[in-house]
Design a binder for this molecule. Structure first.
Ligand code: A2P
Length: 341
């Protein structure tokens, strides 16, 4: 028996990637339902050479669904996630709506698969599993193997985030603005209030009274939940850069135990879902373009933090495809874990 699958937000950037990954990875499915807003109802999308008509998302959409992959924004997840779960479907939610709920597992399959062991799609009891924030996933793919070896005491992250995290319309606007700017025209600002092309800006998530934006606080809180470990100090600065679909992050780590550059490189070289690009002689390191459309998170610039005397500090630079491992791939891997259970 194969699960009946639904994609909520099928027409969006992550939704389309879900379709591609389910095809590429030959995900076994009894049926596939594509859901989006009334605007898209009736539109045809292609899956494995077959046309599927997009349906409008309603309260009734989940009665014949076993696994629902959600990526239509937090508001839609808050409203329809519980409806899907109450209908008996297991929800894999890409939004931030349920990530910090104590009874909702927040899962990166390579890191904490055991967190979702009690959710079983065949029982039709429903359940919600949250996909972490994209910057958090990409950072932790690289940092967790080091944390397991030497225990991270403090982490300082600076991100260089792509347009894709703000959806298809943001990617389209970046391309349009780039053309407009090159033609000397005034740029279209429908998605962000600030010019994006040839610029960068502080992440557009809501600013808090302590001067941090929500994206930065997600990295702090979600890391502790995924690691089941509160005894770590984390600070982050999240910036959007004019890149289409892969995030880059500069990460400074302080460890409880000594960890050499060589040992860290060895650990990351053997870590699942991680690839090294770290060639000092040729000055080649990860780039967002190289990471785009790839499954792995790329790590380089692994070096001892020279601001310290001891071997308890390292710096890294990571790049990962925001739409893949940062969103759709991680969610599909969660669904694959569900199948195994
Ligand atoms: P639609 O294309 O019909 O607007 P992105 O993250 O790339 O912006 O995509 C957002 C996804 O969420 C799209 O598939 C979009 O569908 C979907 N969506 C947005 N609003 C709703 C809604 N009210 N009901 C269902 N799906 C929605």
């Amino acid at each position: 028996e194969e699960p009946r699958v639904a994609i909520v937000g099928a027409t969006g950037a992550v939704g389309q990637e879900f379709l591609e990954l389910l095809d590429q990875r030959d995900f076994p499915m009894g049926s596939l339902k594509l859901l989006a807003s009334a605007r898209s109802a009736g539109k045809a999308m292609t899956f494995k050479g077959q046309e599927i008509t997009v349906e409008e998302l309603t309260d009734k959409s989940f009665e014949d669904v076993d696994i629902a992959l959600f990526s239509a924004g937090g508001g839609i997840s808050k409203k329809f996630g519980p409806i899907a779960s109450d209908s008996g479907a297991v929800v894999v939610d890409n939004s931030s709506a349920f990530r910090m709920a104590p009874d909702v597992p927040l899962v990166i399959p390579e890191i904490n698969a055991e967190a979702m062991k009690d959710i079983k799609w065949r029982e039709r009891k429903g359940g919600i599993i949250a996909n972490p924030n994209c910057s958090t996933i990409i950072a932790l793919m690289a940092v967790t193997p080091l944390h397991r070896a030497a225990t991270v005491k403090r982490m300082v992250v600076s991100t260089y985030q792509a347009a894709s995290g703000a959806g298809q319309a943001a990617m389209d606007e970046l391309v349009l603005q780039t053309k407009e700017a090159l033609e000397g025209k005034e740029v279209t600002k429908d998605i962000f209030p600030i010019q994006y092309a040839f610029n960068l800006f502080s992440h557009n998530s809501p600013m808090q009274s302590n001067g941090y934006n929500e994206e930065e606080l997600k990295m702090v809180k979600e890391t502790k939940k995924i690691w089941s470990f509160d005894d770590v100090s984390i600070t982050a600065t999240c910036i959007r850069v004019p890149i289409i679909r892969a995030h880059a992050e500069s990460i400074n780590l302080e460890f409880e135990e000594p960890l050499s550059e060589a040992k860290a490189t060895e650990l990351l070289g053997g870590a699942p879902g991680v690839s090294l690009i770290d060639n000092r002689e040729e000055n080649t390191f990860p780039t967002p373009l190289e990471a785009s459309f790839k499954d792995d998170v790329f790590v380089g610039r692994i070096r001892k933090d020279i601001s310290r005397e001891d071997e308890r500090g390292l710096d890294l630079f990571v790049c990962g495809d925001q739409i893949r491992k940062g969103a759709a791939l991680n969610a599909v891997q969660i669904a694959e874990l569900l199948l195994e259970q």
